[in-house]
Design a protein around this ligand. Sequence first.
Ligand SMILES: Cc1ncc(COP(=O)(O)O)c(C=O)c1O
Ligand SMILES: NCCCCNCC[C@H](N)C(=O)O
Length: 363
Amino acid sequence: MQTPYYLIDRSKLAANMAKMDYLREASGAKCLLALKCFATWPVFGTMRGHMDGTTSSSLYELKLGREKFGKETHAYSVAWADHEIDEAITYADKIIFNSAGQLERFDEKTADIKRGLRLNPGFSTSGFDLADPSRRFSRLGEWDVNTLNHYADRISGVMIHYNCENDDFEKFSQQLERIEGEFGSFLAKLEWVSLGGGIHFTGEGYPLDKLAARLKEFSERFDVQVYLEPGEAAITGTASLEVTVLDLLENEKKLAIVDSSVEAHMLDLLIYRESATLESEGDHEYMICGKSCLAGDVFGERSFKEPLKIGDRLSIGDAAGYTLVKKNWFNGVKMPSIVIRELDGSLTLCREFGYDEFESSHG
Ligand SMILES: Cc1ncc(COP(=O)(O)O)c(C=O)c1O
Ligand SMILES: NCCCCNCC[C@H](N)C(=O)O
């Protein structure tokens, strides 16, 4: 198989789905896949039986969720345009407005489907300014309980997304307690509450039982259907980016240039200034670099048992979330193909991107 390619492993996906099932059954919460994180529909067949549907951030994600995943389809967007709303309600089971202004604007057009508002509790677990919905001047959701109460008879629920890669159950529980305290009487008027994404419940050692019990308690206390919107938790650890070494250089450190680019194929590493997941196993250390023009196009550092050679194959871990959805044509670097490792170990090439796609995306 020609590199670069994203390699999605169905058996690892199935292992995450087993945890998803456990949580859904023990808590009564429904889990919707957040398509902004992962929208590679050829593997939806492995997920559909274990999740309740999808949630979206735009008209196109919404349509993809309805057509390729099915089941329950939530429509959220930071702002809907006038020309989108009629089409959006044909796909959506629920439409969630980011602001009271949008609810007012589309009040008549959406009167016949279930509606929600985004509630911004004013705090979050995000350590990243870019991804912190509670940052100063945040545009993400309504926070004033009087405003929320004013709309209580026009909506049936709220979406509260305030976690980010949160693997600390106690912190989750404490913040939920704050929400209960500050918004409890309003929540009790609703049919459903989505607690958004960002809870790392498929991670090694996460106390799933405690999370399930806490969600159940919340659901019973306010008599609401709880939803979660896992992106990362659904697909964490299920894919790698497979690359080949093209050149070897030395500049104080040993450098290996591969046939991929962080900017084009794993953009989050640059945005959040993180290193790729590269398991080290020897004494030969290399900096693994991309082939774009950017001096800082670096995946990370890794050591190997043997010195690297041109043509060696490397596997960059944890490449499913916020990677395939963000891949781009920067520098015209060949976009990674999408390959699935099937349950029997065989590889299926699902999609290859060639010059035709590069050309057509430019005019
Ligand atoms: C509203 C909403 N729901 C769910 C998610 C998914 O979050 P994660 O991938 O961290 O689980 C996000 C992330 O942006 C979001 O904004
Ligand atoms: N690994 C670096 C942090 C990733 C943050 N994810 C951002 C998306 C997220 N769903 C959000 O904005 O809440």
